[in-house]
Design a binder for this molecule. Sequence first.
Ligand code: 5GP
Ligand code: ZN
Length: 115
Amino acid sequence: MSDCIFCKIVKGEIPATILFENDKVVAFKDINPEAPSHLLIIPKKHIASMVHATEEDIREIIPEIFKVIQHLAEEFGMTQEGYRIVNNCGKLGGQTVGHLHFHLLGGRQMLWPPG
Ligand code: 5GP
Ligand code: ZN
């Protein structure tokens, strides 16, 4: 997707603090952090949201994303105290960037319900 900001990050066309990359997944720091640690984990493939993920994506890419989340949580010292994983999906979910992404947030007390 040529006009997708996260595809541009994947291709290195706009800068981001990349924390992890393999053939399927990229992780980078959120530009506007909502917590002391706020990372975004995305598929390299443009998938607009969870609504748009195919069965193959669910089988091949989503598990890879969760593996990366678990490793990054460890690397960023979130494992002891805990963390939050968020996926905002569509309008009611509050999604603002139309490329599937998971937020990994840590370093402060999270509230529930999130509002
Ligand atoms: P959403 O609201 O769609 O779940 O989350 C989008 C997230 O992407 C927001 O937390 C926002 O701060 C982050 N974001 C938007 N544009 C950029 C960008 O160009 N670079 C980075 N690193 N994060 C971005
Ligand atoms: Zn994209």
